[in-house]
Design a protein around this ligand. Sequence first.
Ligand code: F6R
Length: 240
Amino acid sequence: RLTKFKDTAAIVGQIGDEIQALVAQKTDAVICIAGGDTPLPVMKRLVDLKRNGSIDFSKVQFLGLDEWVGLGYDTKGSTRQTLYDNLYHPLAIPEAHIHFFQGDNANLQEEIDKTDAFVEQYGIDYMLLGIGMNGHIGFNEPGVGDDLMTHVIDLDTVTTTVMSKYFDDDLPLTQGMTLGFGQILQTKHLVLMATGEKKREIVKQTMASDMTRQIPSTILKKSVNETNFYVDAAAGELVE
Ligand code: F6R
């Protein structure tokens, strides 16, 4: 279900209200927020809501969505650093409540197993996703299966081209690890957010196209609970 907002601030207000209502009702909710640039203003809003006493995150569990294979907290631009610096540390989330891929673990199967076990046990209450220029969701790249659990995947060329915006240096990254659609589609509150005119074309394709593995964002049309797609005026210019 697509909703067009005037600007990023309006989307951020909406998502902040949704998370506030969720945590008020379920204090130990499981929340998963994507990395990348799009959710950063939402993270700032959540930190403000905690500072003014509007949300108590002390029992909330945070789950990672994806990570670049090979990267850990020390690399600026890793999903881990983005989430820890902008959200978990400012919210003072205890480490025991953070479930996040260690992208630099030599044994990635360990990361996969512990993530799958966590999702299996607790499920996911709220997930905020961004959308790649190729429609990727997390690191579910074009061609991905729609029933996978956590997995390692080769990065698409669009992703390896766009990724330089996150990193200070050119990094030889070729793979990512990600929650799969088998997990994402089961989420209770699923929100996809797109802002800015660069996302205009993929927003249009996502809405216009039938479900296809070539545009992973279209797979969200199969979500168990409706996916809310929040776009600002710029990203939503080509859709009704
Ligand atoms: C990052 C992630 C990616 C991004 C997508 C959009 O953790 O899950 O799928 O959401 O690449 O990135 P931005 O928001 O930087 O345009």
